[in-house]
Design a protein around this ligand. Structure first.
Ligand code: SAM
Ligand code: CA
Length: 221
């Protein structure tokens, strides 16, 4: 987990941010507030947030799903980049963390674009998939919750996406652990297994992006 892009020389990372970041005041304040939480490394980096906003705009995404909200940084980036009629299904289990997210969604004027589901995300996704009209109706999915369920999230999000829709799967480097054969805990194994599966998966066009802690982009065919 990391709230910065890993594996870049510090000077170059500072340059990249200075030369390209356009973090809005509200995103900046949310990042600063989240820094006070001991789990703040779970938040995506600002450059990843900006990249995801760009993806949303390129896709002209109107329907999106996010698995793992935390204090809301990524959801705010996605929702602010969507048009007024856009809708983001935001999945988490923490009332406490998402109460921070809700405060910022309200301040940013995007609350009406976000439906928050507080339940295990597999259950929420199965609930969505049970409604026929939801299948193949989504433009974008962001997967960033418990790593052991990543394959379950991948399969379900793939069903929700329309052909040409995009899934972004976070932390696919897992701090570099995926590349260390001596590490084989459950989370590392789950991410490694999914990375390998995606490489061979004929249903998608994949690309692994070295931003943040590694972001796997997957376009549904
Ligand atoms: N995307 C967020 C951001 O950029 O700020 C960070 C998400 S954080 C890495 C992971 C979140 O997943 C936590 O808020 C946690 O409560 C949630 N979570 C963990 N297990 C979950 C599950 N089984 N179902 C739903 N949410 C879960
Ligand atoms: Ca993450």
């Amino acid at each position: 987990m990391s709230s910065k892009t890993l594996f870049l020389f510090e000077d170059l990372y500072d340059y990249m941010k200075a030369a390209s970041l356009r973090e809005s005041d509200i995103l900046c304040r949310l990042r600063e507030e989240t820094l006070r939480d001991p789990m703040h490394m779970m938040q995506i980096s600002p450059e990843q947030g900006q990249f995801m906003s760009l993806l949303i705009k390129i896709l002209a995404a109107e329907r999106a799903v996010e698995i793992g909200v935390y204090t809301g940084y990524s959801s705010l980036c996605v929702a602010m980049a969507m048009p007024n009629q856009g809708k983001l299904m935001a999945c988490d289990m923490s009332e406490e963390w998402t109460s921070v997210a809700r405060r910022y969604w309200k301040e940013a004027g995007v609350s009406s674009k976000i439906d928050l589901y507080l339940a295990p995300a597999i259950q929420t996704l199965d609930g969505l998939l049970a409604r026929r009209e939801e299948r193949g109706a989504y433009d974008f999915a962001f997967v960033d919750a418990d790593k052991e369920n990543y394959d379950g999230y991948y399969e379900r999000c793939l069903e929700l996406l329309r052909p040409g829709g995009l899934m972004a799967i976070d932390n696919v480097f897992w701090g570099g652990n995926v590349a260390n054969p001596e590490i084989s805990d459950r989370e590392t194994n789950a991410i490694r297994t999914l990375n390998e599966k995606i490489r061979m998966d004929a249903r998608v066009d994949p690309s692994m992006i070295p931003i943040g802690d590694g972001l796997m982009l997957v376009r549904k065919r």
